[in-house]
Design a protein around this ligand. Structure first.
Ligand code: Z5A
Ligand code: MG
Length: 208
């Protein structure tokens, strides 16, 4: 049986990740695939509730502790993610460990320290980095309500994403229209689905 593809959307705030992730799941489903959306942080779990309390500024945690909770929120999902992929379901994942490292390092934590808790996680088969100037994304709806939604921090986050960028990432101009971006993502996702169908699952994120 063919395995599913792990398709990741990363990027700074308000670059359209959640919009595109949902559209991609819907499109793949229309095309006859099994596809599900997985969002990190997953705020529905016990750990996710703690993360939500922190992001909504109801609870304070030190930078190291919240970093480890974000990572634990990925590790607690890893078996479910792997089972979906093994059963042939494609995963469209909205943020992952790259967000984890970029945000924590932007607050001043050491980049290599930040990567360690996520070493060995499942590796995405295809990563889109939705990129646009921070000034432009700040004009979009909803910016400024949660803890990290500040221009200076977002600028550092973008620089860190570019530092973490892997050679095979697809950098997407997030200022294009929603439909233009959707067409690009769909085309690349379909190619990856075919390419990885008979490949083993890839563990070993950031493992040397
Ligand atoms: N975080 C962390 O620190 N460590 C971690 O390990 C992880 C995350 C996983 C919450 O994430 C915070 O957690 C986040 C990183 C940190 N920090 N911040 N700030 P989240 O994923 O829950 O954040 P969110 O609330 O979903 O917002 P977002 O991801 O920043 O937005 P988005 O998903 O990229 O954008 P969107 O919701 O699809 O679109 C935003 C608006 O723009 C909306 O009105 C759209 O209709 C509009 N839009 C979208 N695309 C377009 C185009 N192409 N043109 C014009 N308008 C558009
Ligand atoms: Mg989002």
């Amino acid at each position: 049986m063919s395995r599913g593809a792990f398709i990741l959307l990363e990027g700074c705030d308000r670059t359209g990740k959640s919009t595109q992730a949902q559209m991609l799941v819907d499109r793949l489903t229309q095309l006859g695939h099994r596809a599900i959306l997985w969002k990190f942080p997953d705020r529905t779990t016990g750990i996710g509730h703690m993360i939500n309390g922190y992001l909504a500024k109801h609870q304070d945690l030190n930078d190291q502790a919240i970093h480890l909770l974000f990572s634990a929120n990925r590790w607690e999902a890893v078996e479910q993610l792997a089972n979906h992929l093994r059963s042939g379901t494609h995963l469209v994942v909205d943020r992952y460990a790259y967000s984890g490292v970029a945000f924590s390092a932007a607050k001043g934590l050491d980049l290599e320290w930040c990567k360690q808790p996520d070493v060995g996680l499942l590796k995405p088969d295809l990563t889109f980095f939705l990129d646009m100037p921070i000034q432009a994304s700040m004009q979009r709806g909803g910016f400024g309500e949660e803890r990290y939604e500040k221009e200076e921090l977002q600028t550092r986050v973008r620089d860190l994403f570019l530092k973490l960028r892997e050679p095979d990432w697809k950098v997407v101009d997030a200022t294009e229209t929603i439909d233009q971006i959707h067409e690009k993502l769909t085309k690349a996702a379909q190619e990856t689905i075919q390419t990885v169908a008979s490949r083993e699952l890839q563990y070993g994120l950031w493992a040397s």
